[in-house]
Design a protein around this ligand. Structure first.
Ligand code: FES
Length: 116
């Protein structure tokens, strides 16, 4: 269900910013990056920071999904993460999680950073 963003909340992505695979990347106000991924009717958001050795998960082309599965993949050493929870299912950081970022999605499908 869509939510109304809080006044002054930061816009992270518009629907057209998402790649065909349902992922997008955006800057956070603190200078970090957030990885956005469609998960059914939800948009999940995680810091684009691998719990293994840090750094972006994406490959050189900016892709975040594992080819042939619906899992997020770190391009550095191949760790695989569940989009719904950020849990690492396989790879060198198995059992660790991506750091969630609270977001809201408005009626137009625009993703905003949720105010805390
Ligand atoms: S830095 Fe992501 S799996 Fe190693």
């Amino acid at each position: 269900m869509a939510e109304s963003p809080a006044p002054g909340s930061a816009l992270l992505a518009r629907p057209g910013d998402f790649a065909a695979d349902g992922t997008a990347s955006a800057a956070l106000p603190d200078g970090g990056r957030v990885l956005l991924v469609h998960d059914g009717d939800h948009v999940r958001a995680y810091r684009d920071h691998c719990p293994h050795r840090a750094g972006s998960l994406g490959d050189a082309a900016g892709r975040f999904l594992d080819a042939g599965s619906a899992l997020l993949r770190c391009d550095r050493h191949g760790a695989l993460f569940l989009p719904a929870s950020g849990e690492c299912l396989a790879g060198p950081c198995q059992g660790k999680r991506l750091t969630p970022v609270p977001v809201s999605v408005d009626d137009a499908g625009v993703v905003h950073l949720a105010m805390q």
